[in-house]
Structures are given as C-alpha cells and as structure tokens.
Ligand binder design. Structure first.
Ligand code: ADP
Ligand code: MG
Ligand code: MG
Length: 912
C-alpha cells in the first residue's frame, strides 16, 4: 500500500494525533490532537514529513498522487466551512504553515490568506462588508508570499536590509508617515487598496515576476516554500545549534483561515498555561485587537495582557482580554486548563478571535527558563499532575545550570541607576560590549570578547549572534517576541521591549535618555528584572540557598543510583560543595597548596625539597612542609566529616615548581647555602623533554619514599587528631599515574607501615580509610585485575586517560581539534564528553577486571568529565559507584544521574 501523505483534521475529529509528531510534525500532531479533544480548531490537513524527505531524495519532486490527495482534503475543508477555495462569491482562504518535529521558533515559513485574487477579492468584500479587512489581508499575503515564496524559496539573496519584505515594510511606513498615522490599524481601506497595487508593482520590479493571481498557484507555491525552507539558511543554522538532524524534514499544514483582523471584535494572541518566566501557576499571555497572528510575535504594536496576571509596566494601561471580552476569556481559560491537564505540561498556545468566536491555532509544550522549569516541575508534582520521574525529566542540565549562573552583584546594583528598563525575558546577569548586528556579535565573540547584542527587535536571522552574545537587548517586542522566545529556550540573559533605547544601525550607536552609546561601549543587563546599566557591574555566583532547587534535587536523589562527589582542594570549596549536595570528595590534590593565595611558604619549602641534593637536606625541607600539608588535609577532612575524601599524593612533574625569577632563585640558594651556579645545575638536572610522561606521580614516591611518607603521615595524623576531637574522618589515599601493580604495592606497603606507626603513636585504635589508585594510564586499565589485588578503590582520571588513549596532548589540541570537529573526524571534544567508544571501552575493561579480583572494589571518576551530563550517564551505565566534579557542577551531576535512571526505566518498560 502506498504511504498516506495527507492527514485531515477538523469538525471535531482528526486522522492523526499527538503521538504522531515524527510524521505530522509538532504543529500538525497537536492540531489533530486538539481537534480530537473537541477544542475549536479551523479544519485543515497535514502533508507528512515523509513527503519532505521524498521531495529532497527525488530532485525536489513530490510523490505521485499527492496533488489528488490535497485536492480531496480541500474538498473536505470546503464542506466543513461552507465556502469554496477560489470561489468568486464566498471564497475560502487558507494558511500554509510549516511544522517540524520539534519547534523551531520563527525558523520556518508560514503564509496566511492564501487564495486572495482579483477574482475572489470582490466576493469577500461583498460577503464580509468589510473592504478594509480584505485589503489588509491581501497586503499581508503579498508581503508574506513575496518574501517566503518568491524570494527565499527561490534562493534570491538580497543585500542586507534590501529583502522584499523590508522594502514593502518601508513603503508602508512611508504611507503612514505621510498621513501622520502611527498604527497599521489606522490605515483606511483605500490606503490599503492602493498599497496592494504599489506592493505588486514593487514585487514585479524587484523579483521580475508577477504576483500570482491564481489560488492554486498560491497554494502550491506556499507548500513548495515550506519544504524549501527546511533547507533555508536560517533553519539550517538553527538545526546546527540545536543538534536537529537534517533528515527529519518538515510537515506542511494547510488550514482554513480565521481572521483576527476583521475589526474590534476580532483579535489574536499567544499565551502560556503558566508563566514561562518564573513558572508561577497563572495563565499568562498577550493579545492584539484587530490583528493577524504575525503581529503579536513581530512586536509591531505593544500587545495587551490577556488578564491581570499578565500585566507589566509596559502594558498596564492597555485593556485586558478578560475585561474586553469576558465571555471569550472564560472560554479560552477553560480550554487552556483542559490542554494542560491533557498534556500534563505547560502549553504555549496561539488563538484567534474572529468576530466574537474563539479558535485555537496551535498548542505545544512551552519553552521556559531554568527557574521556571524547576518551579513547574515541583508544582506539578505537588498537584499530582506528574510523577517524580516526569519531574526529573522536565529540567534539562542546561536549565539547572541557569539557576547556578552569575547574577549582577545586588550591592553594586543598588548603588547604580538603571539607564533603562525593559521586560525581563531571560534571567541572570550579563556584562559585555555593545554590538548592533548578529554578525558583529559572532565576530567579536570569536575574538574572545564579551558582547551584548542590541537590536530594534530580533528576527530569525539573528540567532547565531544571539547565541554568541552574553545577553540580548531589544527596543521592541513583548514577552512572546522572537528575542524573548529564543532567549528563553536557551536560558540566555535577555531584555526585550526596552522602549527608551533608540537604535541607529548605520551610525552604530544607540540613544538612551539623551546619552549616546556606541559599538564597543560596556553595558550590563539584569535579565531577571529587566534593568539596563551603563558600564560594567560586578557579577556574583548565584546558587544561594534556594529551597525550590534543593527540593527538586532531593527528588533527583531519590531516583539516582550513582554517588556524586566533588573535586575540592580547600575546606572552603569542600563546604560549598557539601551545601550543593556533594557526598564526599573524589579528588583532593595535595599540590593545590603550592598555588595561589598563602602558598609562598609551603612553595618555598617544596622548592627546597626539590633541589635538595641529599637525604639530609631533603628531610629538613620535608619536615617543614609537613605542617602545611597536615593543616590543609585536616581542614578538608573536617569539612567533609563522616564522608569519604580521596586524597591524591603529589602528582605533577617536580620541575614545574622550580622558580624562574632571579630573586626567588637567590633566596633559595642562600637558604640552602649553595651558589647560584650550583642551584642552576641542580634545577637543570630536573629538566625533562616530556614531563607529562616523566618523573611524576607514583614515580616520585618510588624514588623519594620520604616524600610519600610525609604526605601519608600527614593524612593519618590529621585523621587521628580529628578522631580525638570527636569527628569521623574518612580519608582514601590515592596513588596517581600507576601502570603496574608492583609500583602501587611499593607505595601502599609504605602506607600500611605508616598507618601502624600512627596508631601506635597516637593511641587511636582505628582510622577508617581506604588505599587505592587512579586509573589514568591505558595499561593500568588492562592490568586492572592485578592492580585490584592492592587497590581497594579505583578512580578513573579521565583527563590523562583520554590524553594517553588518543595520544593527544591536552595542552596542544588547539592546533588541530577545531579541524577535527569541523571535518567531522571527531564528533566532539573528547576532553569534554567521554569518548565512549575508545576511552569508555578501557574504563569498562578496567572496572570488569578490577571487580573480578575484588568484588567490592569502589569505582569512581575524577576527571573533568564527571560533571558533564552525557559522561555522567555513561558512568552510571558502566557501573561506577560515583562521579566527582567541581562544586558548581554537583547539582548538574545529581540531575544527570537521576535522568539516566529514568531513561533506563522507560527503555525497559518499552522492551516489555
Ligand atoms: P510559527 O510556527 O512561526 O508560529 P505559524 O504557522 O504558527 O508559524 O503561523 C504564524 C502565525 O499565523 C501564528 O500566529 C498563527 O496563529 C497564525 N495563523 C496560522 N494559520 C492561521 C489560520 N489558519 N488562521 C488564522 N491565523 C493563522
Ligand atoms: Mg505558531
Ligand atoms: Mg593525572
């Protein structure tokens, strides 16, 4: 049987439903679902994504039989509507709408009012008695069609700002200016009629073709344009950013028009079943009287609020739908409740009111920012609208990240006067230099600059620039404008509708309150409040005590199996991480105390130790160091009381610590009582041609056992002291860079001896501890069965393991990795997300062989991958006990670890 190309909906039923998104696209599937639910939807039909795929696979030809199926479907629509497409007395008009599987806001094309021609116009005027409406609809058709079908789909690439749409916009602006009018709605029937004629001749002039005057030519032109738009520049670049495969294709929805532009009793709007900006459970939306759908999103007029809850500083004066059309509002309110209940999630809906009658035109799961996502998940869980498994799926790691993102320092903000105020469309703070075009944003960002993209309003051509910017600021548009929609999806700091700014693109400046700001000037945005500041305000890390967040993460904890630890080297970091939910430390690096604040004295002693010639000299330096090492370890063990702390013995190649400046060298020489020449000789001797594979890690301990002894002694004595203070320290001593069981045995025997000595010396009976190793050399993974004879735990050091598996020096990948990525040789940076095929295989082998020897072997990861969601999922699947990551990624790891469990449950249910 030939595949079904066309699915009908309308008149209270539909051939498709919401589960058919792959075939019908999101819009088509949900239109069908709404029709089935008995929600008023204008009748229409969906041409499947398979037709799109066929179209591209067959030199842009439609499958045979499609024309007939479309004609049949139109007949059905005509029957329900009681009008005929192309009829001179009572013409039916159609919209042609794109609709991919996942929503691509503004990326694809839509044409409204298809079917208006010299033959149908007089009939429609007669039928509606509204000439103004008809010519308003016609001028819109010409604007959209010439842009979408005759220009974009035809591959015409006009110069910036010279596209046909912009040209027609300017013509209309001029007419309004000449007549002293402000709003489109003030244009008269005659104005519009004349405008249509001017439009048509401009179209002919610019694009070299007559505007089509045949309804079927318009219809198929529209269908063709939607399919073509799938490979349009904007759609392709959006797909790259979002990782949407090219093969998915788009569906086309053809639907009977309903008119929001028929006069004062008509309107159109966009709404959300809950507030997408903060998650509050209140119906939220905007609408425009006497307008068609495009107008709300385009930010041409400031839309009015649908109800009290949707009022803001910008639209407070305008009459809400609730007040203007109470009956319709009630109906709309009931429908949105019904839809949310049916879909179990917040819906983003489009509606149109034609002469006092309500129609729904779209519903889909609404985009939301991070704080809203967490709030909705928790509220819906409480309302029993969803289960805890659903709740965990409702927040993406990136959204969670938003809650942990920097904000403008409130103290500094209090002391600064905002330059302007707009609508808070994307949360958090952003500081950057002003740019006025998306292209500049991309270029400046590439050059390592932080930018704020400032636009009159954004459109789909700007997405890459928006992506590259720290924040986005627009002069026009509401909370449902393009800029707001895209920013919300990405959780980007964004302020829209900031009417006080006046952008002059050609001069590259903007005027605010008598001030002139130029490209490159600094600007600070508070996207949570909608405030704009001149200059650079300091930012703060967020993640303050947030009840909602901790509640959500507890739900995650109830599902996850993987432990989450942190990489921390100081008591402060350990405390912070513990607040964020860390269940221990997966990596404490001893060498930390030789960097940064307060490191002068210990570093001096370390250097002394390094350049010592004999055991005696070295012993002195080491004794001095001991105090510092013990102090730091004790503080950290105390901060993580009762939780495990993996302490790695000194790892880096020693020469890294040899001073380079003369003053420091001199101090060292005089302290050791040697000449500068002698010192130079000694440090030269430490030089290695390949230090990353040189004398480091366990190899240091083997050659200088006294260095290991000092550290191990410090660990056990710190623990013993804590026990005496009534605490429960739990150190795990980790030997790095091990490749063979014998070198590990050499060091762990030392540790066992010291343990006994410390017990004897301190009188403490027992110190809970583990002895283990880092697995970061491929050979170690392969001989893990032997290594596990000694090690009680493994921690995969995936930074080095990746480095040594690929043979890529992590510090030198900049020279070739970008090419590897752009040429598709590697799917991604293996230092960010674990290379599951290769490095992952080694990890799997290491765990399996290790556990064969020691069943209760504890296994974790401490590389930077430990906080990357896909790597976390991998660690779960490969059977690790925990992941460890930097303190700020701990919440993300908790979420990712829960999500992988939920995904596994769903998969196993499917199998059954
Ligand atoms: P997008 O995916 O960019 O939102 P849509 O296909 O939803 O594009 O259409 C753009 C606008 O046109 C929306 O506001 C929508 O509500 C409106 N629209 C689409 N079809 C119709 C129709 N049949 N009648 C009235 N308005 C419509
Ligand atoms: Mg839409
Ligand atoms: Mg390492």
């Amino acid at each position: 049987m030939a595949a079904k190309f066309v699915y009908f909906f309308g008149g209270g039923k539909a051939e498709g439903n919401a589960t058919m998104k792959n075939l019908l696209g999101g819009k088509g599937a949900n239109l069908a679902e709404m029709a089935n639910l008995g929600v008023p939807v204008p009748p229409g039909f969906t041409i499947t994504t398979e037709v799109c795929t066929h179209y591209y696979a067959n030199h842009r030809k439609y499958p045979s039989g499609l024309k007939e199926k479309v004609a049949e479907a139109i007949k059905k629509v005509e029957k329900i509507m009681g009008k005929k497409f192309g009829d001179s007395a009572d013409p039916l008009l159609m919209s042609v709408r794109s609709g991919a599987r996942s929503s691509m806001p503004g990326m694809m094309e839509t044409v409204l009012n298809v079917g208006l021609t010299s033959k149908t116009i007089p009939g429609l005027i007669k039928k509606t008695g509204n000439e103004r409406f008809v010519y308003d609809a016609y001028r819109r058709l010409i604007m959209m069609y010439s842009d979408v079908v005759m220009e974009k789909a035809a591959g015409v690439e006009p110069k910036d700002d010279e596209g046909i749409r912009r040209q027609l916009d300017r013509i209309m602006e001029n007419v309004k200016r000449e007549k002293g009018l402000k709003l489109d709605t003030e244009l008269s029937a005659t104005d519009l009629k004349n405008l249509c004629e001017v439009f048509k001749s401009r179209v002919k002039e610019v694009l070299g073709k007559d505007f089509p005057d045949d309804p079927n030519e318009q219809l198929w032109g529209g269908i063709h344009a939607v399919f073509a738009s799938w490979n349009g520049k904007r759609a392709v670049s959006y797909r790259r950013i979002e990782g949407i495969p090219d093969e998915w294709g788009t569906a086309v929805n053809v639907q009977a028009m309903v008119f929001g532009n028929m006069g004062e009793k008509s309107a159109t709007g966009v709404a959300f079943t809950r507030n997408p900006g903060n998650g509050e459970n209140r119906f939220y939306g905007e609408y425009l009287v006497n307008a068609q759908g495009e107008d709300v999103v385009a930010g041409i007029r400031t839309p009015a609020p649908v109800n009290e809850d949707s009022k803001s500083e910008h639209n407070r004066e305008l009459v809400s739908l609730e007040k203007a059309m109470p009956k319709i509002y009630k109906e709309l309110f009931a429908i949105q409740r019904k839809l949310e209940k049916h879909y179990h999630d917040m819906q983003d809906i489009e509606f149109t009111i034609e002469n006092g009658r309500l129609w729904m035109l779209q519903c889909r799961v609404g985009k939301r920012n991070g704080p809203a996502a967490v709030k909705m998940a928790m509220d819906m869980l409480k309302e029993k609208l969803i289960t805890s498994k659903d709740a965990v799926k409702r927040v993406t790691p990136a959204q969670l990240d938003e809650l942990l993102h920097p904000i403008i320092d409130p103290a500094a903000e209090k002391n600064s006067k905002p330059l302007a105020k707009g609508l808070p469309a994307g949360p958090g703070g952003a500081v950057g230099q002003i740019v006025f075009s998306a292209q500049a944003a991309v270029e400046w960002a590439k050059a390592g600059k932080k930018v704020i993209l400032c636009r009159e309003e954004t459109n789909p051509e700007d997405v890459e620039g928006m992506r590259a910017a720290q924040g986005v600021l627009t002069a026009r548009g509401g909370m449902t404008s393009h800029a707001a929609l895209v920013a919300r999806g990405w959780g980007k700091c964004c302020i829209v509708g900031c009417g006080a700014i006046d952008v002059h693109y050609s001069a590259k400046e903007m005027h605010v309150d008598g001030k002139v700001l130029r490209e490159g000037d600094w600007l600070t945005l508070n996207g949570t409040k909608g405030l704009v500041y001149e200059g650079q305000l300091p930012t703060l890390d967020a993640a303050e005590e947030n009840k909602l967040l901790s509640g959500f993460l507890k739900v995650c904890d109830s599902l996850r199996k993987l432990g989450v630890r942190t990489n921390a080297d100081t008591p402060e970091d350990a405390t912070k991480a513990r607040q964020l939910g860390a269940e221990g430390i997966g990596l404490f690096r001893t060498e930390h105390m030789f960097y940064g604040k307060g490191s002068d004295e210990p570093l001096f002693l370390l250097r002394k130790m390094i350049v010592s010639k004999n055991a005696d000299e070295r012993k002195k330096a080491i004794d001095g160091l001991y105090t510092y090492v013990k102090r730091d370890i004790k503080g950290t063990l105390a901060a993580m009381d009762n939780l495990p702390v993996v302490i790695r013995l000194l790892d880096p190649p020693l020469h890294e610590f040899v001073p380079r400046d003369r003053e420091k060298l001199q101090a060292l020489a005089s302290d050791l009582n040697i000449s500068m020449d002698e010192l130079a000789k000694r440090s030269e001797a430490l030089h290695e041609s390949n230090p990353m594979m040189g004398h480091r890690g366990v190899r240091l301990g083997v050659t200088y056992p006294e260095v290991s002894t000092m550290q191990i002694m410090a660990i056990f004595e710190a623990a013993a002291e804590l026990i005496k203070e009534g605490k429960k320290p739990y150190p795990e001593i980790m030997i790095p860079v091990v490749c063979d069981v014998k070198e590990l045995r050499n060091q762990l025997n030392l540790a066992r001896d010291i343990y006994k000595q410390v017990l004897a010396k301190t009188g403490v009976k027992k110190i809970r501890h583990k002895l283990g190793t880092m697995i970061e050399i491929p050979r170690a993974a392969l001989v893990a069965n032997e290594i596990a004879e000694e090690a009680e735990f493994f921690s995969f050091g995936t930074n080095d393991l990746t480095q040594m598996s690929f043979g890529f020096s992590r510090d030198d990948i900049g020279g070739f990795l970008p090419d590897y990525l752009s040429k598709g040789i590697l799917p991604g940076d293996p230092f960010q997300s674990i290379d599951q095929k290769g490095v992952g295989e080694l990890i799997g082998i290491g765990i399996e062989r290790g556990r064969k020897t020691r069943k209760d072997l504890e296994v974790g990861i401490c590389g930077e991958h430990g906080g990357e969601p896909e790597s976390v999922a991998f660690c779960h699947r490969v059977g690790m006990d925990y992941v460890s990551c930097s303190p700020f990624r701990v919440p993300i790891a908790r979420l990712a670890a829960a999500q992988v469990v939920v995904a596994e449950m769903a998969a196993s249910k499917k199998k059954k």
